[in-house]
Design a protein around this ligand. Sequence first.
Ligand SMILES: Cc1cc2nc3c(=O)[nH]c(=O)nc-3n(C[C@H](O)[C@H](O)[C@H](O)COP(=O)(O)O)c2cc1C
Length: 227
Amino acid sequence: MKDTLELIKERKSIRGLFDSKKSMGKEDLHKILEACSWAPTAHNMQNFEIVVVDDKTLLQSIGNIKYTISKTYIKENYPHLSFSEEEFRKRKTGLLSTRFTATPKDDQKEITNDFIGKFLKATDVLLVFLYDPNRRAPASEGDFLGIMSLGCIMENMWLMANSLGIGVQIVSALIGGPVEKEVKRILNIPDHLRIAFSCRLGYPVVGEPKLARVRRDVVDFTHINKY
Ligand SMILES: Cc1cc2nc3c(=O)[nH]c(=O)nc-3n(C[C@H](O)[C@H](O)[C@H](O)COP(=O)(O)O)c2cc1C
């Protein structure tokens, strides 16, 4: 059995295309969903529903949605980018710039990204996690506790998938605005439910280059007794 810390460190985002010849077995999918069910949620509200999308026509329809990167995203993303691996390792937070072509000057432009289309069409399964605000954690302002609970569900899903050799990429681009509205229409999701997060799952292509991953050191964020 693997050490827990080792399993946690092995979990990672897969940002490349998945192997289109491999598809996930029903048992593995069930294990991933079961792992979600055992996530801790505030007041045990289990405030989520999951839509499993493995129908290629539906995946294609979602992939065809026109998506415009928001100006706020471009502006707020830029300061957190590193422009070399060296800078990334030194900073220990944020993302490498390789995936992003937009610069702050572009915040006045409408940029249409083919990300969703290209990657979703080659995805085995898309999981869409729905947040049910009616299953609110008691007396929690803005349902802060309920929303935090969704992160626990994400992590359980991710650790389980990773331990089965199944790659995961969170796809935040499906949340909010006209894209979320269109996804909800395609998947027949009732109005009162919101998309919390979605992720594409599949088998990573063997031989894809490894992406650098960084974290702050424990001493950088730990405060003993007083901040
Ligand atoms: C709430 C949330 C939203 C995220 N959205 C995206 C996303 O839209 N696209 C993406 O590639 N990764 C997304 N990620 C993954 C993070 O960027 C990633 O976990 C982080 O860069 C650390 O890399 P690692 O997962 O390889 O450890 C998201 C993660 C979280 C927790």
